[in-house]
Design a protein around this ligand. Structure first.
Ligand SMILES: *[C@@H]1O[C@H](CO)[C@@H](O)[C@H](O)[C@H]1NC(C)=O
Ligand SMILES: *[C@@H]1O[C@H](CO)[C@@H](O)[C@H](O)[C@H]1NC(C)=O
Ligand SMILES: *[C@@H]1O[C@H](CO)[C@@H](O)[C@H](O)[C@H]1NC(C)=O
Ligand SMILES: *[C@@H]1O[C@H](CO)[C@@H](O)[C@H](O)[C@H]1NC(C)=O
Length: 510
């Protein structure tokens, strides 16, 4: 009898041990530790709207990579257009501008540009023909696809486009655009080499800032930004204000230390090293978040797309390259007590990111993390896009341990919020968001992570009290996420998007 007798106390500790085991092996609901994090957005992956001043010193800074331009001939009043969207001639017979009439810049330096058309070819001289007619046929830009945009008219919207043969483009007729104009002294309505330029889109991501400053200036500018934007004191602040983790967006080039491919700049890895040592010092957990995957998983500036293209996941090589980044980062930080989770990719966008290829990547990325750590959580992101099913990753998750699904819940950036009142916003949170979160928070499913949210909305002129109620309602709903949540973001010139500002000014208390 006595040999099998187990005291209540021993029993309790065995139970505790079992509980800890099951916690460590993950997959269980309601782990005792829940992440209350803030993202360090705009730090190691640039986002111009978070810190516009980072772009101030760029020469000719209206013309960054991805800037979308439209050109209307002053003589005919019609727009330049890549006929069929690209692959054939340039025409100038459109009375309104849309996709085919839009040209996206690739910046070579502050003067020289390639202009990419809708089907991804580059505008250029017809080198197979007379060398003067304009076409959009080349998939790889070279000298014949390199232009200058001259803004030396009094009106900065009036431009001339100088071709590599030294002449200016002109709309000779609706269907004939040639690079054979000498221009004139003025910029008047009778000079067919003058175009009215409209900037219809801009991008301010890591590609734009590094390419904009160029290889001479970018390294110093970026290093100064990394050194000053987030500092040790921020981790102290985080630890003292009810948060227990940081989510740190990184770009794929961080793994190409110390010399990433141009235009990227080395040094973000040291900054991440610093973040880990500060996190350890202040007892803060770290979620590494691959925010910018090679080729861009959503075409946005915050995944470092060059021109709005979304090319991630299209080839096995590209997926392997991404897995290698995860492998590199996990290997480097697996021993840190602060490494809590590795988020394999942020905001993959459907349909460009197919479920099949994303799943392939998630499996390989998960294995890469597990090669170095059996305990770090792996975070997979639900796809964005209107058609996606919120439980589409559940089959993938079923065989994995310590896995969380990241969803982003914003009350901005979608038409449904445009005319919502304060009360409607709050009701939406308490009903719609709650049911969305419930839908993916299943006892046999992965953990759930509201990986981005913000106390901002489309309501104009709301009072501090309104914001407080709104933030509180969100915290109430998101505290039901079994993995936890992360505010977007710690620092931002837009006050409500800065958790630091919100806490310091009494809008949010944790
Ligand atoms: C513009 O010109 C092209 C080439 O001749 C032609 O195929 C197209 O139909 C024209 N479009 C318009 C709107 O006139
Ligand atoms: C998925 O990957 C395969 C290569 O394995 C590729 O052929 C296919 O185009 C990719 N699909 C998408 C939508 O990128
Ligand atoms: C929002 O209100 C504006 C006018 O206040 C109206 O023009 C617009 O159609 C409304 N949008 C929606 C989505 O209801
Ligand atoms: C919120 O949920 C309600 C009830 O399911 C639904 O009728 C409504 O359309 C949803 N609102 C939005 C903006 O999706």
């Amino acid at each position: 009898m006595s040999t099998v007798f187990i005291s209540t106390r021993q029993f309790a500790s065995i139970c505790l041990f079992c509980f800890m085991l099951s916690f460590c092996n993950g997959g269980v609901l309601n782990p005792s530790f829940q992440i209350k994090a803030v993202s360090l957005g705009g730090w190691l992956v640039t986002e111009g709207w978070i810190k516009p001043s980072l772009f101030d010193g760029i020469p000719n800074k209206d013309f960054l990579d991805g800037t979308a331009l439209q050109f209307k001939s002053v003589t005919t009043g019609k727009y330049l257009c890549a006929e069929d969207g690209g692959g054939t001639i340039l025409v100038a017979n459109r009375t309104a501008a849309s996709d085919w009439e839009t040209f996206k810049l690739w910046r070579i330096n502050e003067r020289a540009f390639n202009l990419r058309v809708f089907n991804k070819q580059f505008m250029g001289l017809d080198t197979k023909g007379n060398g003067v007619d304009m076409v959009a046929v080349s998939n790889t830009p070279g000298n014949s696809e390199t232009f200058e945009i001259m803004r030396n008219c009094d009106n900065s919207c009036r431009v001339r486009i100088k071709a590599p043969n030294g002449f200016f483009l002109q709309a000779k007729s609706d269907v004939l655009v040639t690079a054979d104009s000498q221009g004139s002294s003025g910029c008047g309505d009778n000079d067919p080499s003058v175009f009215l330029m409209t900037i219809s889109g801009t991008m301010q991501g890591e590609f734009q800032v590094t390419s904009g400053y160029g290889p001479e200036k970018a390294p110093a500018i970026m290093k100064e930004h990394w050194k000053t934007f987030i500092v040790e004191d921020d981790f102290k602040f985080i630890s003292k204000n009810g948060l227990n983790a940081v989510r740190i967006p990184v770009g794929w080039w961080i793994a190409s230390h110390p010399s990433p491919p141009l235009p990227y700049v080395g040094g973000s890895l040291q900054a991440l090293d610093n973040a880990f040592s500060w996190a350890e010092k202040y007892g803060i957990k770290v979620i590494i978040d691959l925010h910018a995957a090679p080729g861009s998983q959503n075409g946005w500036e915050h995944s470092s797309s060059r021109d709005g293209s979304q090319d991630w996941g299209k080839t096995d090589d590209n997926i392997q390259q991404t897995v290698d980044v995860i492998d590199f980062l996990t290997a480097r930080y697996a021993k840190s007590l602060s490494l809590y989770a590795v988020e394999l990719i942020n905001e993959p966008l459907a349909p460009g990111a197919s479920l099949e290829n994303l799943t392939k990547y998630y499996k390989a990325g998960y294995e890469a993390v597990r090669r170095h750590s059996s305990t770090a959580y792996v975070v997979v992101s639900n796809r964005l896009g209107t058609t996606m099913e919120p439980r589409e990753l559940f089959p993938l998750a079923s065989g994995m341990s310590n896995l969380a699904i990241d969803v982003h819940y914003y009350n901005v950036l979608s038409d449904i919020f445009n005319n919502m009142t304060i009360q409607q916003n709050i009701v939406f949170l308490l009903t719609n968001r709650t049911s969305q979160l419930n839908y993916i928070t299943q006892s046999n499913g992965p953990l759930t992570f509201v990986g981005e949210w913000v106390a901002e909305w489309e309501v104009k002129g709301a009072s501090k009290g309104d914001y407080q109620r709104f933030a509180k309602a969100q915290l109430k709903v998101y505290s039901k996420a079994t993995f936890g949540w992360a505010y977007w973001t710690l620092k931002n010139v837009n006050n409500h998007w800065s958790l630091e500002w919100m806490i310091k000014n009494g809008y949010i208390k944790l």
